[in-house]
Design a protein around this ligand. Structure first.
Ligand code: AMP
Length: 487
């Protein structure tokens, strides 16, 4: 239960005008969040700095639902931070929406967090023993409590952040705002992305480069693992908890960002998401060839990889499925029945295009298998002769504790079935996954290491103490899947 409460896959954004003349920071943040909408559809929020006083507006739903012209126009100021939140199963309510804004002895502080801490439970317990009270189960609120406590002991917010970083473990890309600065923080492993950009006299922090470019800004660079970047009227300055020249090599950027989470027009730590997906499709075609008439992609997540597959295999690429863009991601629906209904609302098969054909359908991943099963039955009902499923990531075998809302191993199809059992369950004529090596080598130009935990169970950032000994080590060898030792 605790793990579910800690999960928090999100997008963060921050902007500060160094000349202090612009008062449209909230509008720019709104547009930035709009470009990060794929990272979270549960709630959206913006905290604004109006002449040194911080205000916050947040609401449930998409960015366009949480804000309208009136609310945006009311939020006037030259610095702002924003957040879009990914829904966790069961939902957590508006009190968990971010940014979170607190008043403490040092003034006001707003925080937006992407990621998930692995020692949040212990940290909260320690704070509670010392009298802290919390309104939510969120690790982000616990970070605010830590910062408020540390700030009493230190001169600068940056030092309070370093003290906090020495205490917390797991994944965190943060954007914070005080009365005169915004601060970007990336955890020492750099598990979740965070980058820096510029728009005229304003500096920008964002989860993905697409958010900076969407408001007409230019990309400056990625924030380094373990880096704390401060933006004030004086410009940008940077500090590290410890300056390790090998920090980038030791880092562990989430591989799933390239598989599924990030937008294809983003570049993370030197690697293009589009190129990684396209190359993964090409590699998949070499590793898992198949004789067929047409390659199609599962929209939207499998489209880029399917184009790579078609290119490499020489089999024509075509459209097989239409997606209703106004239905949210189906994975997010809390119950199985709701998820199944949402899939039907979301996709429809193009009979004219696929009728009588042997199809290769490429998708980025199989998690539970629910969506895939429905799509394949839809394609067959629409007249497809055969559907061969090709997956541009290896079998998902391990739950993520770093901010991707992966279900428990009991629900992951690859943890509980053999390759052939999964193929049968989803109703495919054949099924093939890319190898982990094939996938990682498709991520070109990367300037840091990768976290592949959902595929290899390495857990470089540790795991919550409540999960130690409860994770099954799984062998998935093309025919056989389950081996049962726990770690
Ligand atoms: P399923 O067949 O039910 O396992 O669903 C597979 C689909 O879920 C794929 O198209 C993926 O793009 C998508 N997916 C994978 N991981 C996630 C995630 N963490 N959140 C939402 N959707 C996901």
């Amino acid at each position: 239960m605790i793990q579910k409460e800690l999960h928090d896959e999100c997008g963060v954004f921050g902007i500060l005008d160094t000349e202090g003349r612009r008062d449209d920071a909230a509008r720019l943040t709104y547009l930035g969040l709009f470009a990060l909408q794929h990272r979270g559809q549960d709630s959206a929020g913006i905290a604004i700095n109006t002449n040194g006083t911080l205000f916050c507006h947040k609401d449930n739903g998409l960015v366009v639902e949480a804000f309208n012209d009136m609310t945006i126009n009311m939020l006037r100021g030259s610095a702002a931070i924003g957040h879009v939140r990914y829904p966790t199963q069961g939902g957590l309510g508006i009190e968990c929406a971010q940014p979170m804004l607190i008043k403490y002895r040092g003034g006001q502080l707003a925080l937006a967090h992407n990621g998930s801490l692995t020692n949040a439970f212990e940290m909260r317990a320690r704070l509670e023993e010392n009298g802290a009270i919390f309104q939510t189960g969120s690790d982000s609120e616990a970070m605010l409590a830590l910062l408020a406590r540390n700030r009493i002991l230190t001169e600068r917010m940056e030092d309070a952040i370093f003290m906090m970083m020495a205490e917390i473990q797991g994944a965190y890309s943060l954007v914070l705002m005080t009365r005169n600065k915004i601060i970007g923080v990336r955890d020492p492993l750099g598990i979740r992305p965070l980058c820096l950009g510029r728009l005229g006299s304003s500096y920008i922090l964002a989860s993905e480069t697409c958010a900076i470019e969407s408001i007409g800004g230019e990309i400056i660079r990625d924030i380094d693992p373990g880096e704390v970047v401060t933006i004030t009227a004086a410009g940008v300055s940077s500090e590290f908890l410890t300056r390790d020249p090998d920090a980038r090599k030791k880092s562990a950027l989430c591989l799933f960002e390239f598989v599924y989470i990030a937008r294809p027009d983003s570049t993370i730590d030197g690697a293009s998401v589009y190129e990684a997906r396209y190359e993964a499709g090409r590699t998949l075609a070499r590793e898992q060839p198949c004789d067929a008439d047409m390659v199609i992609g599962a929209p939207d997540s499998g489209i880029v990889a399917s184009m790579g597959y078609a290119f490499e295999s020489g089999i024509p690429y075509g459209s097989g499925l239409l997606k209703n863009r106004y239905v949210g991601r189906t994975f997010i629906q809390p119950t199985q029945m709701q998820r199944e209904l949402a899939v039907t609302m979301k996709f429809s098969a193009l009979k004219k295009s696929i009728g009588g054909k042997r199809l290769i359908m490429v998708d980025d991943s199989i998690v539970r298998g629910t969506t895939t099963r429905h799509i394949i039955s839809m394609l067959k009902e629409a007249g497809a002769k055969e559907v061969h499923m090709r997956i541009a990531s290896p079998p998902v075998l391990y739950s993520c504790f770093y901010g991707v809302d992966t279900p428990s191993q009991d629900e992951l199809s690859a943890c509980n079935m053999t390759l052939d059992e999964i193929r049968e369950m989803i109703g495919a004529d054949s099924l093939g996954y890319i190898s982990l090596e094939g996938l990682t080598s498709s991520v070109k130009g990367l300037s840091c290491g990768l976290c592949c935990t959902c595929f290899d169970g390495a857990y470089p950032g540790g795991m919550p103490s409540s999960m130690v000994g409860k994770i099954r080590r799984i062998e998935f060898n093309s025919g056989r899947s389950v081996a049962d030792s726990t770690r």
